[in-house]
Structures are given as structure tokens and as C-alpha cells.
Design a protein around this ligand. Structure first.
Ligand code: SAM
Length: 261
């Protein structure tokens, strides 16, 4: 939520911002923050799977969505009741994205729902896709000092289950590659994407980048110019960056920036 708010702040008075997360409670926290700091006018938030999300930004007004309100309709409340009873805490009961917030200048007011939730094709994304995408990927968080400190409370056995578990890490690599691949699909030609994690492992960072590049000839790594004055070092692949406690006096962070050719 903090990153999305920062982006909304940087956006200023043009364009729009789209947030996607599979966890509704995380997006709800983000919505609260956007509203608290009055930064949500140009934003929209979708509960959806980022590996398949395919809704493009909107540029035109066509029809009939009303201004967003925090009050939910009876129909919506019944739908979430049913989903809760079915025991799905995270993913919506259907794979259709759920729009949980949109600001008055997000470009959605006046549109028909059908039009807003319309999935796009790869070709359409190349011309009318996003200018910039941030894939702040799910990871083991092993580089986050704050996160690791929490295991003092949760117990070190939980660390074993959540961070060191080989099977979970294997699934995560698949998820990370899926999020990066789909995020890239949504970019317009010439647009740029940042992939980041707070893991220190090569598997979740350089290896994911390498695998992605080998399958996407239209993707090229970009040098992050302002990094010349940042307290970080190069990652294992040229143009990627790593922050860590020893080099940067920060938690661990990996960053790679791509352009779509
Ligand atoms: C490192 S956190 C980043 C969260 C957010 N950017 C922030 O700063 O609070 C990774 C996020 O990915 C979300 N996530 C996990 N699997 C996902 C998926 N398949 N699609 C979309 N989001 C997913 C998690 O719910 C989590 O909020």
C-alpha cells in the first residue's frame, strides 16, 4: 500500500494507476491509505491473480459506472458471504477480477462494467497497455530484517515452514516467473517494468530474470541511471541491483528493470 500511495503521489494530475493483489485484505488496507491521504482519485484496485490479470488502462469515457462509494450493494454482500462460507480467504470464488475501489478521475466513472472488466489480448496491450509496471513479487522475504525478526514471536519452526521449505520455494519461483511474464504482457511497446523482491537468493532474483529473458526476445534489461548515487551493488546480472545490510545498511532488495522492444 505504501508503494502504491507513493506512486499515486508521483503521478500528479495525469494518467491513472492500477493496483492488483490476490489478497483482498491487503488491497483493502491500501484503499484505506489512499483515501486517508486523498491520493486515490486516479487509482483503481483489483482483487485478482496477477499471473493472469488482463485488464488494460482506460483512456475514454463511454457510458455508465457511477462514482465509487464505500457502501456495498446487497448483491455484493451476499456474494462475499457465499465466498467466505465456501472457505476461500484469498482468491475470489470466480477467477474474474473484482474491482474494490476506483477514484473519481481513474477513467472508470461513466464506463459500463462489462467494458471495464473486458480482458485484453497481447496485441492490444502492445498498443494500449501500461506505460509502467511494478512487479513487487511475492517472495520468501528472507532479506527483510523486519520480517525475519517476526519469527522471534512466531517461533523458528514457522521460519522453517515458511522460508526454508523447498517445496514452497519451488512454487514461489513458478509464481514469480508467472507474475513477471504477465506484467510484461500488459506493457505497451516501449514501456518499462520493474521486477523486485526482498529476497537475497539468486533463485528468486537472477535466475527468474534469466529464465524470463531467455523466453522473451522483446525484453531487454535497462540500466537504472539514478542508481549511480545509490548505496547498492550490481546483482549477478549486469544492470540488476542488490541492496543488503552490509552494502546499503538496509534490508535486502533486488531490482531489475526491463523495457519492451
Ligand atoms: C512482497 S508483497 C508486496 C505487497 C505490496 N506491493 C506492498 O508493498 O504492500 C507480495 C504480494 O503479492 C501478493 N500475491 C501473491 N500471489 C499473488 C498472485 N498470484 N497475484 C497477485 N498478487 C499476489 C501477496 O498477497 C502480497 O501482497
Amino acid at each position: 500500500g505504501a508503494k502504491l500511495c507513493m506512486l499515486a503521489d508521483m503521478l500528479g494530475s495525469s494518467g491513472s494507476l492500477t493496483g492488483v493483489d490476490v489478497a483482498k485484505h491487503r488491497l483493502a488496507a491500501c484503499r484505506t491509505m489512499l483515501q486517508k491521504y486523498s491520493l486515490g482519485d486516479r487509482s483503481r484496485l483489483f482483487v485478482a491473480d496477477g499471473t493472469s490479470f488482463s485488464i488494460l488502462p482506460v483512456n475514454s469515457n463511454l457510458g455508465s459506472m457511477e462514482e465509487w462509494t464505500s457502501k456495498r450493494s446487497w448483491k455484493d454482500r451476499q456474494k462475499s458471504k457465499k465466498a467466505k462460507a465456501a472457505g476461500s480467504p484469498h482468491l475470489p470464488s470466480t477467477s474474474e477480477p473484482e474491482l474494490i475501489y476506483y477514484g473519481k478521475d481513474s477513467g472508470l466513472v461513466g464506463l459500463q462494467k462489462r467494458y471495464v472488466l473486458h480482458p485484453s489480448t497481447d496485441a492490444a496491450a502492445c498498443t494500449s497497455g501500461y506505460d509502467k509496471v511494478l512487479v513487487d513479487a511475492e517472495c520468501t522475504h528472507d532479506g527483510s530484517i523486519k520480517h525475519i525478526q517476526k519469527f522471534e514471536f512466531w517461533g523458528w519452526k514457522t521460519l522453517d515452514r515458511r522460508v526454508l521449505n523447498v517445496e514452497r520455494t519451488g512454487n514461489l519461483l513458478h509464481l514469480q516467473l508467472g507474475l513477471l511474464t504477465n506484467g510484461f504482457k500488459l506493457l505497451k511497446t516501449g514501456g518499462s517494468l520493474v521486477y523486485s523482491t526482498c529476497s537475497l537468493t539468486v533463485a528468486q532474483n537472477e535466475n527468474v530474470v534469466q529464465q524470463f529473458l531467455s523466453k522473451h526476445p522483446s525484453a531487454e534489461l535497462l540500466k537504472i541511471n539514478p542508481a549511480d548515487s545509490w548505496p547498492c551493488r550490481s546483482g549477478g546480472i549486469q544492470k540488476t541491483l542488490r541492496f543488503d545490510p552490509a552494502t546499503s545498511q538496509t534490508s535486502g532488495l533486488f531490482v531489475a528493470k526491463f523495457v519492451k522492444l
